[in-house]
Design a protein around this ligand. Structure first.
Ligand SMILES: *Cc1c(COP(=O)(O)O)cnc(C)c1O
Length: 376
């Protein structure tokens, strides 16, 4: 069993992917070829955002979003400590200060009720993360931002395709950033990412920053980066888009299977991260909270079930980031870091496989003396 099965996905879309790649090899426009604009058009239409700007990775998308918003040294940006490091990394790369606000235990997403107390005259933006594929409480976060004149950047690296109150993730705030890293719900075969906005001025700033801040060739009107997504990777995403909606449904089906299987005798010990009724998750990860996580993870490994931990240490506790930790800490993130365990997930994970995982988890709990015989 694979933690994320990219091979079955390739086999299912092989002809389309190969043909798309061959087309690029034939026309030879490896940088900013026609597939780049084609993909941007398709993704903008999919999310409903007016503009999509593809870039070289999800991390670069966050950096470019902050640059386009004019975030500079001394500014503060509010974000979650319970995310992949790139979320906070983008802030400190620009010389700004990350302000870590704790998450909410049920969803592992930013707790919007704690944001307002942390806003200062230096705050410029809020970066909520739509963790594990489920959008954060975007309406509440946008409302706080609006009261204080702040921008909101949704880190949607894990949530492309998810919906929130009928709208698509990436189109829920000032800017949305996503990633096409191979293991993300919509992945390419290398690095890639995209920015989404409906603000024309921001979109043109982001387009310029992506290519060394140039408005025309050799005219550099601002400081930029080398941040283009290459044509071959755009071609791969275009091919994968054909089955994407179906794949999202299959992810949700697999998650529902897990939910049923874990909801019985294991319900007291295994708590899946919840999905709120007004939104959908694309389940970039299917994550549960368990006691004695290290022990269970090892027992699952021995049973041939690969798992992962997203994330074992909150960002504000990482050696390079502790200097920005709030003295009061982020206790919810700190305890989640000891409890979360992500199970194998993907559109090609069939029902028997989810059964195998659930059964192995029951046995592992029993082996740890936490569950009775009945559970296994
Ligand atoms: C993957 C990820 C990123 C970074 O994306 P890359 O394409 O790997 O640079 C940023 N934020 C979150 C929450 C992620 O999961």
């Amino acid at each position: 069993m694979d933690f994320i099965d990219l091979k079955s996905q390739y086999l299912a879309s092989r002809e389309l992917i190969n043909a798309r790649i061959q087309t690029v090899l034939d026309h030879g426009q490896y940088i900013m070829g026609p597939e780049v604009a084609e993909l941007e058009g398709r993704l903008a239409a999919y999310t409903g955002a007016r503009h999509c700007v593809t870039v070289s990775s999800g991390t670069e998308a966050l950096v470019i979003a902050l640059m386009a918003l004019g975030v500079k040294p001394g500014d503060e940006v509010i974000t979650t400590p319970f995310s992949f490091i790139a979320t906070a990394e983008a802030i400190v790369l620009l010389g700004a200060t990350p302000v870590f606000v704790d998450v909410e235990a049920g969803t592992c997403n930013l707790d919007h009720r704690l944001i307002e107390a942390r806003i200062t005259p230096r705050t410029r933006a809020i970066i909520p993360v739509s963790l594990y594929g489920q959008p954060a409480d975007m309406d509440e976060i946008n409302a706080v931002a609006e009261r204080h004149g702040l921008a909101v950047i949704e880190d949607a690296a894990q949530s492309f395709g998810a919906t929130y109150r009928g709208r698509k993730s990436c189109n829920l705030s000032t800017v949305g950033c996503t990633s096409f890293f191979p293991s993300k719900p919509l992945g390419c075969y290398g690095d890639g990412g995209a920015l989404f906005t409906s603000d024309d001025a921001l979109a043109s700033a982001m387009r310029e920053i992506r290519v060394h801040g140039q408005s025309r060739r050799y005219v550099h009107t601002r400081i930029g980066v080398g941040g283009r997504m290459d044509t071959l990777q755009c071609a791969v995403v275009l091919a994968k888009l054909e089955r994407f909606e179906w794949e999202v449904e299959q992810r949700q089906r697999a998650a529902a299977c897990y939910h049923d299987l874990l909801g019985g005798t294991l319900a007291d010990l295994v708590e899946p991260v919840g999905c709120r009724p007004d939104r959908t998750s694309v389940y970039a990860q299917y994550t549960v909270r368990v006691p004695q996580r290290e022990r269970l993870q090892e027992a699952l490994r021995v049973a041939g079930i690969p798992t992962a931990v997203h994330y074992p240490v909150p960002i504000d506790q990482q050696p390079a980031y502790r200097q920005w930790a709030d003295p009061a800490g982020c206790p919810v993130a700190a305890s989640l870091a000891h409890e979360v365990l992500s199970l194998p997930m993907g559109p090609y994970l069939d029902r028997p496989s989810t059964h195998r995982v659930a059964q192995a988890l029951a046995q592992a709990l029993q082996g740890a003396g936490l569950a009775g015989d009945k559970a296994a």
